[in-house]
Ligand binder design. Sequence first.
Ligand SMILES: Cc1cc2nc3c(=O)[nH]c(=O)nc-3n(C[C@H](O)[C@H](O)[C@H](O)COP(=O)(O)O)c2cc1C
Length: 197
Amino acid sequence: MKRQLGPSTAFFPIPAALIVSKDGDKVNVLTVSWIGIVSETPPMVGISLRRDRYSLELIRKTKEFTVNIPSANLYRETDYCGLVSGRNRDKLRDLNFTMLESRKISTPIIKECPYNMECVVKQEILLGEWVLILAEIVETHLDEDKINPSNRANIEISKVVNPLVYCAEVREYWSLGEKLGNGFSSGKEIIQRAGKK
Ligand SMILES: Cc1cc2nc3c(=O)[nH]c(=O)nc-3n(C[C@H](O)[C@H](O)[C@H](O)COP(=O)(O)O)c2cc1C
């Protein structure tokens, strides 16, 4: 039996990422959980911001931002960036985060976050109170000590990066559990089984 929950945005777990924006001397950070990779070629990310976010103002001016993936131990700082607006506080200074220069854009990345993406805005889609921003990932950074021999940010690295995940329905932060299997191969068993029917 299933019970219907109505039109719901519950979808879990989801990431919790820190978005840095910069306009002149003003550098700001906000937390987003409405974020996801939306295309591989070109590499694109989508973030959804409410129309009144200060970050949206800055991103609209410069057409760029960085995505910074916090480790699970940064959950308090991540929450803080989602509770306070940059209109009233210098959040980056409050948190003592270290800003590092990006390679391809002028908005910096957060050193304390092990994985970072430099993004250039390509398109905006208005969704009622929200704005979906589609941006191209023009560079990515991973802490040197977390790079594995294959030079890829796969699940092994995710374990080391220990990314923070969020469950919006119950407003809880979690870390990742155990690896269950490999992508593009765990399902092959079912393909073989189905083929024998
Ligand atoms: C876990 C978490 C996830 C959030 N996700 C989003 C989101 O996806 N989009 C959004 O616009 N705001 C989101 N928020 C709220 C903003 O981070 C918050 O309103 C922030 O203070 C806005 O900062 P700004 O005004 O400096 O841009 C989230 C907050 C938390 C705590």
